[in-house]
Design a protein around this ligand. Structure first.
Ligand code: FAD
Ligand code: SIN
Length: 595
């Protein structure tokens, strides 16, 4: 420990005191630290940055300020606690707090709350595209002329759920594995997943007496995807889903809560007991298991080119480290697990013009550059034009409100106070129905019984996006909804629940009446959510060209691939898919590397 904690200092940095940033005559952390510390309080004596993950520098932050968990105890705000967010892994302080420049509110890359961190500026993406990077030809050539910086059996590009599943599985099949991640934090979109992981005929379902089958999951998935899905991949998705839940459970996951998501004919969305978000939990379990296996995870490290030998076989990846620049990693097999491109509206609009200008539920790294990298290596694509909007992104704060809220009983009403759709229909239909309502928004309405059934809801309440009132009339009127009509809608809905049949909108599940405690309303509108298409893979997760030729040594798993979800993904099927196909990719890549 190189500096004593000072209450004023900590309060200023963490923003817990009522000290305004401009109370200091400096505008970045380095200048602020310089008032009481030397450069080597943060930096190596050589003055060089330690590595692209900034491991040493982050350890120095923690030696003074404590771990993220410890800092979170001091930084609770009325509506949010940025340090107690849904970031799994060993989160680097430098993801937000920058030394010699203004800090950035990384949370702002997804949300739109008023984060008032001292010495900060608005988050913005400054990332050249893969095509722009190819213009750095001198730097790239110089790096490629050198010997590889290191050699591994399997290089996994991307640290979402598919990447971690592949890495753990490749390791357990005997491979030396390295993971690279272009963002300063791990977890990709996977860490944001909320509603659940679909799986059929699991022990968890049996314990709750839920009747389901692999065939039913297969049929629902094909129907939800408008039957253009690759049935061979859907068969793997559904038939391996139980094994994937068991695999995660054997590594410490809790997937005991099972609920309903849109388009499913049974409750098969698995999530932690009490209804916490599934993604942060699953990624944390996978991360812990990767760390236990000594798998190196390198952040701020972007895979920019797949390197191939003259015979076309993959021989590694050219990596661009944010601080260390280009170098190449020799690898016998590469798993592309780089996720989708939902955050790249330019690209989204190219394939789906009606989604131009839409906000997105995705993490900032979901730009699709992994797709470019794979295409440059010869990969073909499948279903690339199919892009999904999630129906319920909160208008305030930009928080995706999980479909599980509807699955557990919430209804959707318009400003006129009326229901207008089967709330748990597939999300393409729900999103289209919301866009037809006044102001292109709708309101999720629920009561305390729904709130108690899903702990994730408490987070929305804490974030201040779910106003509440004991009276539906008052709640409605305060939000510009016709309150009297809303109250009548709730009475009518409760009658339908009692009768056990929704004669108004044919909603298939009616889990509970809305008549307990207070009522809540969240104003929602659709946001770009999932890119169904991606690189073409076969049943062994080998990446294929447009002529259906395998690219030897190149594997793909997760949202970067196409074919599993067809034209429209069902809620809960992505986490299922990334774990199942991630495991397969890891296993097959390890076997390939051994050959
Ligand atoms: P990701 O988890 O996105 O990981 C890809 C990683 O690769 C990212 O970290 C990215 O930064 C990195 N990367 C990209 N390019 C490069 C590169 N060139 N070099 C290095 N790294 C790179 N699905 C469900 O089934 N159930 C749910 O409850 C659910 N909830 C969701 C909630 C939200 C808010 C969102 C956005 C999605 C949700 N989904 C859900 C969808 C699901 O989370 C994603 O489809 C899935 O997690 C994708 O996993 P992945 O591993 O393929 O990609
Ligand atoms: C949600 O929880 O609503 C998102 C689920 C999904 O994308 O599968």
């Amino acid at each position: 420990m190189k500096m004593k904690k000072s209450a004023v200092y900590l309060a200023a940095i963490l923003g817990t005191a009522s000290l305004a940033p401009n109370a200091f005559a400096v505008d970045n952390l380095a200048d602020f630290h310089a008032q009481s510390m030397e450069c080597d309080s943060c930096h190596l004596p050589s003055g060089e940055l330690s590595n692209d993950s900034l491991t040493y520098e982050n350890a120095q932050c923690q030696s003074c300020h404590g771990t993220l968990e410890e800092v979170a105890k001091d930084t609770d705000r009325k509506n949010y606690n940025a340090h107690a967010s849904h970031f799994p892994g060993d989160v680097s302080c430098t993801a937000c707090h920058s030394g010699h420049e203004k800090s950035v509110d990384y949370c702002d890359s997804c949300h739109s709350f008023k984060f008032d961190m001292p010495f900060s500026k608005k988050w913005q993406r400054h990332e050249p595209t893969i095509a722009e990077l190819t213009k750095d030809s001198a730097d790239r050539k110089a790096a490629l002329a050198l010997a590889p910086a290191e050699t591994v059996d399997v290089l996994v590009v991307g640290t979402g759920g598919a990447g971690f599943s592949a890495a753990v599985s490749a390791h357990d099949n005997g491979a030396k594995v390295l993971m690279i991640e272009k963002e300063p934090v791990i977890g990709g979109n996977a860490k944001l997943a909320a509603g659940g992981m679909n799986a059929a005929w699991t022990d968890q379902q049996k314990a709750k007496n839920i009747k389901d089958s692999v065939e039913s999951m297969f049929k629902d998935t094909m129907k939800g995807g408008h039957n253009i899905n690759n049935p061979k991949l859907v068969k793997i998705l559904s038939s391996h889903s139980k094994a994937s839940v068991d695999w995660l459970t054997s590594m410490g996951a809790d997937l005991n809560d099972v609920g309903r998501m849109g388009g499913a004919s049974a409750n098969r969305a698995h999530r932690p007991t009490g209804g916490a978000g599934v993604g942060a939990h699953v990624v944390q379990v996978l991360y812990d298991n990767a760390v236990k296996r000594n798998i190196e995870i390198r952040m701020n490290s972007r895979g920019v080119e797949i390197l191939k030998a003259d015979n076309g076989q993959v021989k590694g990846v050219l990596v661009k480290g944010k601080y260390k620049g280009y170098y190449w990693v020799k690898a016998s097999a590469v798993v592309m697990a780089t996720g989708g491109f939902g955050k790249n509206n330019e690209r989204v609009a190219k394939y789906a013009p009606k989604l131009k200008g839409f906000t997105s539920t995705n993490q900032p790294g979901a730009t699709g550059d992994g797709l470019d990298v794979a295409i440059n290596a010869g990969a073909g694509t499948t279903d690339i034009k199919y892009i999904q909007a999630h129906p319920t992104l909160s208008v305030k704060g930009g928080v995706m409100v999980t479909e599980a809220v509807r699955g557990n009983g919430a209804i959707l009403v318009n400003r006129e106070g009326k229901r207008f759709v089967n709330e748990i229909t597939t999300r393409d239909k729900a999103a289209a129905a919301i866009l037809k309502q006044t102001g292109k928004t709708a309101f999720l309405i629920f009561d305390d019984s729904v709130r108690k059934s899903l702990s994730k809801i408490n987070k929305y309440i804490k974030l201040g996006v779910a106003p509440t009132d004991a009276s539906p009339v008052k709640l409605g009127n305060s939000l510009g909804i016709n309150g009297k009509a809303l109250a009548a809608t709730i009475v009518q809905y409760n009658k339908l629940v009692k009768a056990g049949k929704d004669t108004d909108f044919a909603r298939p599940n009616l889990p509970r009446a809305l008549n307990e405690g207070s009522y809540y309303a969240i104003e929602v509108t659709p946001g770009v959510h999932h890119t169904m298409g991606g690189v073409t893979i076969d049943t062994k997760t080998e990446v294929m060209t447009n002529d259906n030729q395998v690219i030897p040594g190149l594997f793909g798993a997760g949202e970067v691939t196409g074919g599993i979800h067809g034209a429209n993904r069902l809620g809960g099927n992505a986490i299922s898919g990334i774990v199942t196909f991630g495991r397969l990719a890891g296993e097959n890549a390890a076997k390939f590397a051994k050959k």
